[in-house]
Design a protein around this ligand. Sequence first.
Ligand SMILES: [Zn+2]
Length: 160
Amino acid sequence: MTNEDKITKSAPMTKPLVGIPLPDLNLVPEFERGFWEGTKEHELRIQECTACKQMRHLPTPMCPYCHSLTHEWTKVSGRGTVYANLIVRQPNHPSLQQQVPYNITLVELEEQDGDIRLISNILNIEQEDIYIGMPVHVVFIAAEDNPDVILPVFVPDVDQ
Ligand SMILES: [Zn+2]
């Protein structure tokens, strides 16, 4: 029996986590509203500085590159690769107790030399099979706790 035989793989996540804090779309500040307006349209939109054209995520009021206060929202492809990943087996909040194991994954988008990264989850794959550099793409799923909030999550590219 090899070490590999001893690993019991975790079932794939099939939906976003339930019971996590969600944005209140009436209170989201203007500088990050475009992100959530985008997910409602099933588009991944990233904040882009109108002065120096650098994209950034998480959204901020001021450009960290040139200090401009103006921005626009740029639709990106939604394709990327896994940059970092962990599997949570012991949740730190009671609402997550029935949902373990789940993965928290940092996805690096293909745009802008790979310095745009989103924290999300990878669905539809046994979680030990997620690897750094794995090609993924975004899908959009309504939050169970508030269907007005559309969450971006990722799935493996089928032809990887
Ligand atoms: Zn700028």
